[in-house]
Every structure is written in structure tokens, then in C-alpha cells.
Write a protein that binds this ligand. Structure first.
Ligand SMILES: NC(=O)c1ccc[n+]([C@@H]2O[C@H](COP(=O)([O-])OP(=O)(O)OC[C@H]3O[C@@H](n4cnc5c(N)ncnc54)[C@H](O)[C@@H]3O)[C@@H](O)[C@H]2O)c1
Length: 349
């Protein structure tokens, strides 16, 4: 399956299917005609995976960076850029991100800033990477002050979503990806019943299609792209609070699942939807294997405060919420309603 991200002269294809990683060499010849060097950025452990078998052609160099969020630092970025320079990588050459969202974010940012921009191909190997992080051109590293605070928009020339690579993905990482899949399913207005018999491939295609369409309409998040933050106001707050004490406590998609369950209840409390929307959200999350449980020892006061600091908020409480005509970004939500719904949501668990 091929999904186009339509951005005029910078349009690109997302190839989805088993074995599409092996199309890298062909894509390079087609899209990067003058390239001589292709630098793949990955980690030591990913390099030992059985599917890491597609980079043995001429001109390929492999750089190993740390796992997960440890890859998204200025230190690693600087090291990668120094390596690109020592390999004489020119603007005709190509950087390839091979890994989860952390590595594709880092590889993307390195490709955005090295020589003020070289071409980028993404080979995402987590579900989060395939349905979200590798598509749309957002790249970043983290600061002490917060995640993704320094970055750039830099679109890839192709994305290769090979779901054979997901066979080695730990269950918790797979479930984390399901949080983003659930978000796309719900944003598409679909029901839990429709999930019956839907394959992983179909879920990936549906999510990629949605993201490609939204990015094509709103590349720099001036409007519609903000809808992709559905469930993320609460999710980001929980991540900030939980990750502060234990990096492994909450995966992003787990937090998104909780945020989606909460957003349905908030939309209902604000009179935007009827109770069937809550039921459908709960059933979709359950069908995808996602638990919807607020971390016990985070206080509601702290959570509401953290939601007010969300990147998308302008010093108020902002949520993406379902409504009669679809989804909207809703600003200035009454903090009392936010807190009451949170209290009730906790009470249900
Ligand atoms: N740019 C965007 O639009 C965007 C969107 C969503 C998320 N993100 C970013 O993505 C990151 C999270 O990405 P993630 O959830 O993919 O986590 P991750 O990149 O941290 O990967 C999770 C773990 O899975 C391992 N892994 C990756 N692929 C594997 C495979 N096929 N088999 C076995 N293990 C594998 C990794 O080595 C890592 O230890 C965050 O930094 C987030 O900010 C970016």
C-alpha cells in the first residue's frame, strides 16, 4: 500500500507492507539520483535484529546512537553531525533513520540541520514510529525543560513502514503504538464493532492515511493538525508528572489511551456529545488492549495544573474534543469542570 503525503514539490510516499525495507536501495536510486553516501542512524540493539538485513549495498554507513529518549540529546546530535562531516556527506547524500520515534526524530533533526538540510528517508520500526512519528516532518531533540523543545520541520523523501520489523517489538511498545492507533480510529469517527476482523496492517494504513491527509492540509500546525493531539492534553500532563519520578512508569501511548477516555467524558460533561460516545471510546480502547487507569498517586490538583502547561495551550486549559460536527480544539475550558470530570473518571476505576 502506498499513501501520499501531498505537499506540492515536497510530496512523498509512505510505503506500507511486509518487506518494504528492501526497497530502500531502489528508492535511493529513484528519489536521490546523485547520492553516493547513505548514512543509516540506528542503535546497537536494533542492528542485531533479524530484519536488519537491508543495508548491505554500496555507499551505506551505519551509525549507532543510544536507545530511546537518550538518543534525543544535543550531545548525540552533535556526534551524529560530526560523523556526517567526517564521512564527507554532501547535500546530494542521504540520512536514513532506522528505529522507533526517538531515533527517527533525532535522524530527522540531524538531516534538517546538517549542511542546512540533507535528504531524509525514514524506516520506522515501532508502531508509534509507523503510524505517527516518522510521518509529517516533525523532528526534535529534548531539553531538560521538556521533550521536543528544539526541533525543525523537515519532511522525508520517503517513509518505509515495514511491519515485519514489528515482529520483534516488545508487547508494551506495541500497546503504546495502539494508543495512537485508537486516537486515529476515534478521530475517523469509527466504532468498536468495526474493529472486528481488522488486521494490524489495516490499522497502520488507516492511521497513516489520516495523518497524511491532515499533514497535507496543514503542514505547520496552523489549524487542523492540532486535532492529532486528541487525548494528548491529559496524556502530556501525566507523562510530565510520572516520568519525573520513573522513566518507565508510563509509555506515551498508554498515557494517550487514558487521555482519550477522559476527553470523551469531558466532551459529555460540556454537553458536546451524548453518553454513547463515552461507551464507544471505552470499547475501542478495550478492543485494542488498552487499559484506562489514572496513575494512583498523582493528585488531581497537580494533573490539572500540568494540563494548563500543555504546549498547545495558551495559558488556559485547551482540549481537542468531540462535538456535534466532529472534533474541535476547545480553548478556555472551565478548570472546575476539568477537575470534576477527572475526579469522576478516577472514581470509575
Ligand atoms: N515526530 C513526531 O511527529 C512524533 C510523533 C510521536 C512520537 N514522537 C516521538 O517518538 C518517541 C517515541 O517513539 P517510540 O514509542 O517508537 O519509542 P522509542 O523510539 O523510544 O522506542 C522504544 C524502544 O523500542 C525499541 N525498538 C524499536 N524498534 C524495535 C523493534 N522493531 N524491535 C524491538 N525493539 C525495538 C527501541 O530500541 C526502544 O528501546 C518520542 O520521543 C516521541 O516524542 C514523535
Amino acid at each position: 500500500m502506498i499513501v501520499e503525503v501531498a505537499l506540492g514539490g515536497r510530496s512523498y510516499d509512505v510505503l506500507i507492507g511486509p518487506g518494504v525495507r528492501h526497497q530502500l536501495e531502489a528508492v535511493l536510486s529513484e528519489r536521490c539520483v546523485e547520492y553516493q553516501t547513505c548514512v543509516a542512524i540506528t542503535s546497537a540493539s536494533l542492528r542485531t535484529q533479524p530484519w536488519f538485513d537491508f543495508l548491505s549495498f554500496q555507499g551505506v554507513h551505519v551509525l549507532e546512537v543510544p536507545e530511546g529518549e537518550s538518543a534525543k540529546t544535543f550531545e548525540t546530535l552533535e556526534w551524529v553531525c560530526e560523523q556526517l562531516a567526517s564521512l564527507n556527506v554532501s547535500r546530494a547524500d542521504v540520512v536514513v533513520g532506522v528505529g522507533g520515534g526517538a531515533i527517527t526524530d533525532l535522524a530527522g533533526f540531524a538531516a534538517a540541520v546538517y549542511l542546512r538540510g540533507v535528504r531524509l528517508i525514514q524506516v520506522p520500526t515501532t508502531l508509534v514510529g509507523q503510524v505517527d512519528a516518522s510521518i509529517g516532518g516533525k523532528t526534535a531533540v529534548n531539553l531538560e525543560a521538556g521533550k521536543n523543545l528544539v526541533g525543525a520541520f523537515h519532511q522525508p523523501v520517503t517513509v518505509l513502514c515495514d511491519y515485519e520489523t514489528l515482529e520483534t517489538l516488545p508487547e508494551r511498545e506495541r500497546l503504546s503504538g495502539m494508543g495512537e492507533v485508537a486516537k486515529c480510529w476515534l478521530l475517523d469517527g469509527l466504532h468498536a464493532n468495526d474493529l472486528l476482523g481488522t488486521s494490524l496492517e489495516e490499522l497502520i494504513c488507516l492511521s497513516v492515511n489520516l495523518k497524511a491527509m491532515i499533514v497535507s492540509n496543514d503542514e505547520f500546525e496552523g489549524g487542523e493538525r492540532a486535532l492529532l493531539n486528541y487525548g494528548h492534553t491529559l496524556a502530556h500532563a501525566l507523562e510530565v508528572l510520572a516520568l519525573h519520578r520513573d522513566r518507565d512508569e508510563l509509555r506515551h501511548g498508554e498515557a494517550v489511551a487514558i487521555g482519550l477516555g477522559y476527553a470523551a467524558r469531558l466532551a459529555y460533561a460540556l454537553g458536546r456529545v451524548d453518553a454513547s460516545v463515552i461507551t464507544n471510546h471505552d470499547e475501542v480502547l478495550k478492543a485494542l488492549g488498552l487499559a484506562v487507569r489514572l496513575p494512583k498517586d498523582l493528585s488531581n490538583v497537580d494533573i490539572v495544573r500540568a494540563m494548563g502547561h500543555d504546549k498547545k495551550a495558551q495559558h488556559d486549559l485547551t482540549f481537542v474534543l468531540a462535538g456535534p460536527g466532529g472534533f474541535d480544539v476547545v480553548r478556555d475550558v472551565d478548570p472546575e469542570v476539568v477537575a470534576t470530570v477527572l475526579e469522576e473518571f478516577r472514581g470509575e476505576q
